[in-house]
Design a protein around this ligand. Structure first.
Ligand code: ZN
Length: 241
């Protein structure tokens, strides 16, 4: 089985289309949350995800746009984007986001969480110690998380790090190591690389491969600026941070 894993689309439909095109045919598509927030095309993203994915989680920005999470911990631009997104979402798309889980286990093998198993909404997993602690909390051999917008992986010894374009974790490794992995962000990468990120999980033989794909950043920026959202949200797409 070939499974596409994506996360943190953030209303960037231009990037989402480029990722889905590059990904090609998959047996399943999993989305680890934050479909909206920051970008100028939230409804297009939710509708596409509704149609294409087999498993979807909700993230902190989805909850904030629905008014189900306070934006006190958000910076001013994120809060403004959450407010605007909430006003744009159609009734159907709101209802879809509202009933998504924050964490789930698939095929008894894969734990999916937006943040981490320990805190599916707020924890940013960025180091090996956090990976060790979180892998202790779950039983599955693999765990996929989003939220940090940084493509990476760690094993249960805390070894690993950032996963660049083309990085693979092989069948041999996955046979012996439990892994926690982040596909990176489709719509707002933060690893100094502006290209949209996604991850492919092949299940036989088991293999993980990280990918990056170019998209029309100027188009995505245009949607943000025309929506009247803060310009910094458009500018950062060019730098990947
Ligand atoms: Zn996010």
């Amino acid at each position: 089985m070939r499974i596409g894993i994506i996360s943190d689309i953030h209303g960037n439909f231009t990037a989402l289309e480029a990722v889905l095109h590059a990904l090609g045919t998959v047996d399943q598509l999993w989305c680890l949350g934050d479909l909206v927030g920051y970008g100028g095309q939230p409804n297009e993203c939710v509708e596409c995800i509704r149609e294409r994915t087999t498993h979807v989680l909700r993230g902190n920005h989805d909850l904030a746009a629905l008014g189900l999470l306070t934006t006190e911990e958000f910076n001013a631009t994120a809060a403004a984007a959450a407010q605007w997104t909430g006003e744009q979402l159609t009734q159907e798309n709101r209802a879809f986001l509202e009933f998504l889980p924050e964490m789930k286990v698939e095929m008894q093998r894969y734990t999916l969480a937006h943040g981490t198993p320990r805190d599916p909404i707020w924890e940013y997993l960025l180091n090996g110690m956090q990976a060790i602690e979180n892998l202790h909390l779950i039983d599955t051999p693999m765990c996929f998380v989003g939220h940090s917008h940084v493509p990476l992986y760690f094993n249960e010894k805390g070894q690993g790090g950032i996963a660049g374009d083309g990085k693979t974790v092989s069948h041999q490794t996955l046979k012996f190591e439990r892994i926690i992995a982040n596909p990176g962000s489709v719509g707002q990468p933060r690893d100094q690389n502006p290209l949209a990120a996604y991850l492919v999980l092949d299940t036989f033989p088991m293999k993980l491969t990280w990918h990056r794909v170019a998209y029309d950043i100027a188009e995505a920026q245009g949607h943000i600026l025309r929506a009247g959202l803060p310009a910094v949200l458009a500018n950062r797409l060019a730098y990947g941070k």
